[in-house]
Write a protein that binds this ligand. Structure first.
Ligand SMILES: [Zn+2]
Length: 206
């Protein structure tokens, strides 16, 4: 009986430590509550203690097509989920999910920190934030776990990237090879539309 009580307290303590880690990485209370088995109310309280303000209200990131909205989105999602996928292969079942998710996100942050400043923009909150927000990273993890999105390997550059399952080719383009650069320097997908333009103008984008 005493042992059980001690274990429960230890588990609760671990959940609190994990919750703090997640919140410091930018996680919002609903996600913290889900990943750490804590009540929503407690997750909000911890969030307020750490950030000294109430959490943002409104919907969590929920865009099932986010990975194909831009080549940059796809690259960031592919890096993060690729790291998480590899860590899961190395983990024992007990280590799965939350721990692996946090480690993968931290490693992703380190990879991104080494990219040229031009690719690390300042975002809405004014901070030099990581392009892939941890809340969206959580949603993407769920998308991959339910097989809504899948990894594919490019036969040209060998990159591992993500595509949306059961959709046509434009949703399965390599974010490194299947792109062209517009006049402003922005890298865009070679979509059906741009391919048609290419045919009309007889111009090939590299
Ligand atoms: Zn490629």
């Amino acid at each position: 009986m005493i042992r059980l009580s001690f274990d429960s307290a230890a588990n609760f303590g671990n959940d609190l430590i994990t919750a703090e880690q997640l919140i410091r990485l930018g996680a919002r209370p609903p996600i913290v509550s889900t990943l750490c088995n804590l009540s929503r109310k407690l997750a909000i309280r911890i969030y307020k203690n750490i950030h000294q303000h109430a959490p943002k209200q409104g919907m969590l990131p929920y865009d099932t097509s986010w990975i194909v909205r831009s080549t940059a989105n796809n690259i960031h999602a592919s890096i993060f989920l690729g790291i998480r996928h590899d860590l899961l292969l190395l983990s024992s079942p007990a280590d799965l999910s939350t721990c692996t998710f946090i480690t993968a996100y931290q490693l992703y942050g380190r990879v991104i920190a080494k990219t040229p400043p031009a690719h690390n923009k300042t975002y809405q909150d004014g901070s030099q934030s990581i392009p892939l927000d941890i809340n969206r990273a959580w949603f993407l993890s769920r998308q991959l776990d339910t097989s809504d999105i899948q990894f594919k390997t490019c036969y040209r550059c060998q990159a591992r990237y993500l595509g949306i399952k059961n959709l046509p080719t434009p949703f399965y383009q390599c974010p490194i090879c299947d792109v062209w650069t517009d006049r402003s320097g922005r890298r865009r997908w070679i979509t059906v539309k741009s391919q048609m333009t290419n045919l009309k103008t007889n111009k090939t984008f590299g």
